[in-house]
Design a protein around this ligand. Sequence first.
Ligand code: SF4
Length: 397
Amino acid sequence: MNATEKLNFLIQDKNLDAELKHIAEKVLQGERVSFEEGVILYERGELGYLGVLANYIREKKHGDYTYFNRNFHIEPTNVCVYDCKFCAYSRLIKEREQGWEMDVAGMMEVIKKYDDEPVTEVHITGGVVPKQNLDFYADFFRQCKAHRPDLHIKGLTPVEYYYIFKKAKMSHYDGLKYLQECGLDSMPGGGAEIFHPEIREKIAGDKCTAEQWLDIHEQAHSLGMRTNATMLYGHIEAFWHRVDHMERLRQLQDKTGGFQAFIPLKFRNQGHQMSHVPEVSVVEDLRNYAIARIYMDNFDHIKAYWAMISRDTAQLSLAFGVDDIDGTLDDTTKIYSMAGAEEQHPALSTQQLVELIKQVGRHPIERDTLYKIVTDYKDVVFDDGNKPNYYSLPVVE
Ligand code: SF4
């Protein structure tokens, strides 16, 4: 049975709860699921049911295509003026000798390490410190573009920007416009956590508010920048807080259309002030991906960070609405490993990513940051050695 036949079969099930049946019919008709229905999905939707709905939408949007990219991260510092309770990664200013703080020259050294590598994106995010201010990033973005103009800079979240622009006495719009002129291309989705103040104040009370986070994305969209959005789930929030979070994003997306991917981030519980809170199960991870796919009808992509949820769960997620599993990473991020993720040195070669996707019957596509196809790997057979032959592959636009 294909995805449509499975959904039709499900709808005909006489034992299906009437409200779940109504939601399934709406999905088949391409209609939007309401806030109340989002909560019903969390409360009553079992995994098999949610998988059928989410996979129907996923295949309608993308077929079997499953995206990844070749990227690396720069985390300029893990010292931070903020004190988010779930953060295992950062060190307070008073403990700064336990952390790291890079200068522009050090960051350029990292960029230069990839000179001969066919990476397409550098993803930059980290803590917030006064020294890494507007001039610091303007200088770095300029140097980076002068050195390698084709490398896409996906840099910083509203958490960093809110602090930087406030210190520089600039509006969100003017600050972003200036950094865009210096070379910034797009924005990742971090720092969103859970928007509702009931939860946000408890877990991340001292950083930017939901309204400030959303405004910075809105201003970026108005400048033509594409951005992503995340949600940190599975800690002290209730289901309706998750729906509230997605609803706020869905409304902004209706207005601007500037978001590309929605990325649910699993709460991991090692090494921070919320370590007493248990992690949710893999079943809940998959249910959450599926509901995100169903609810976020105006987002093109649902992304799972394989480095955060492990390779096995990333493979499973491809049957529950996910169409993107992020990039090669090359062991350049510590955010997930320091919070207790299974992947302690996250790095996958292109070949490994392609095989991971093919093993579950999907069609691997290397994309750039803006989802332009770089290479279609459906029929690519790698050399028998471990190294894929990057340079002889066709580039498909
Ligand atoms: S989550 Fe980000 S803003 Fe919060 S303490 Fe960690 S590095 Fe700082």
